[in-house]
Design a protein around this ligand. Sequence first.
Ligand code: ADQ
Length: 473
Amino acid sequence: MAEGKGRLVVVSNRVGPLSDEGKAGGLAVGLADALRRRGGVWFGWSGETSDQGTFREARTEEHGHTSLVTIDLTEEDVNGFYLGYANRSLWPLLHYRLDIAEFDRDSDRAYRSVNQRFAARLAPLLREDDVVWVHDYHFFYLGSELRQCGFKGRIGFFLHIPFCPPEMFTALPASHDVVRSMLAYDVVGFQTEADRRNFVAFCVQELGGEEIDGGLVQVSDRRVRVGTFPIGIDADGFAEFAASAEAGEHEDMVRDISHGRHQIVGVDRLDYSKGILERFRGFERLLEDYPENRGNVQFLQVAPLSRSELEAYVDLRADLEKLAGNLNGRFATLDWTPIQIMTRGFTRRALAGIYRAARVCMVTPLRDGMNLVAKEYVAAQDPTDPGVLILSRFAGAAAELRDALIVNPYSADDVARALQRALNMPQAERVQRWQSMRRTVFSLTAEHWCDSFLALLEASGTGSASDFATARI
Ligand code: ADQ
């Protein structure tokens, strides 16, 4: 364990894995690395349900200086807290989808209760000098609940998804409670400056607070650091995956099935925020407006199923399959199928190979906190013959990857134009754009994200924590 520093205690809905054996995402990689370096605890949901739920004995796995500690939820908790409040209310709302967000008091109650019980289970495991880092929209209330339990050390919070403008966030019946409770953290971090601004605007407009010195927000007697920390990937690790034998096999397979045609790829969890339907319409527009591409390009969409218990996700899958079916019916020939969707998962090495075989990668979410696929695509490319990244202006990654072709994902015309440009881009321009994006991806890594957040959290001191006097909201 690093000297002079307390343990790092990470809290997130799902826990681990600690080593990147090919399955971990950017979040896991960055955190696992920090936990390995300084020792600590990773606390979260086991992914299991049981009758006792959060009251059942915690499961602990020891890995060197790091413990993975997980607790169960009940079936009712999963429905109210996870599927209900987190994924039917907060996820759509924070992704600017007020039209499909659902609000009901039972799931609000379940969410608060799970946050409170998680805090009550975590508090006895904490030491005075521990640094607690809470992740994402599942645990907005966890910090204030830990304060209620008497923990006086530093607590930080990072939101992986966007924070919508206050005019929209106020539609959440508990919006004031949520933001007030976030002020119990010592540092609140966002992916982009736009998200940070929206949060500060809520504090100012709705809670009568003020922004001080750019990096601090004050509401009543509570002063909190609010910062921007764009998440990155383990770029060296991903480039190694791209050079592996498994990646090579997948690259060859994709090249074989494309028969020398240009390959376009999309890789996203099947989620309405990812703009997959709109992307398909953009591809259709390419075939309509630039007919020379018919028979000469192929689009592979990899979209592993997620949250399939929710109706919006079931509907999306049906809509996508219908649109792809219509498009194929309209344009396919005996020896060419324009679009293919796969809902299976791949290992990260296999994914790296798929990225490498693709001349174009389309990352066109309607709204996204960051989007790690964009960064993985860049890291996986062949330096002498890289592909082109088409990136939505509404992905957090667009603030950093300015040399991608930036598009408005709602405009099929804009997407089709960018596709046409990408498919015809000279090698020298591809190399020059890629080199510039590569510099960003390899310097603003997962490790950098983690270290810069923790540096600010450590520097923020514990003084402000003790005066957090608000009663449980
Ligand atoms: P997600 O919404 O899950 O993350 P993203 O950042 O793109 O989105 O990460 C997805 C990860 O899943 C990538 O690492 C990707 O490689 C992997 N993946 C996708 N399809 C796969 C498949 N078929 N097989 C295997 N792996 C697959 C949330 C926010 C994002 C934010 C991240 C991290 O919504 O905006 O970037 O957290 O903060």
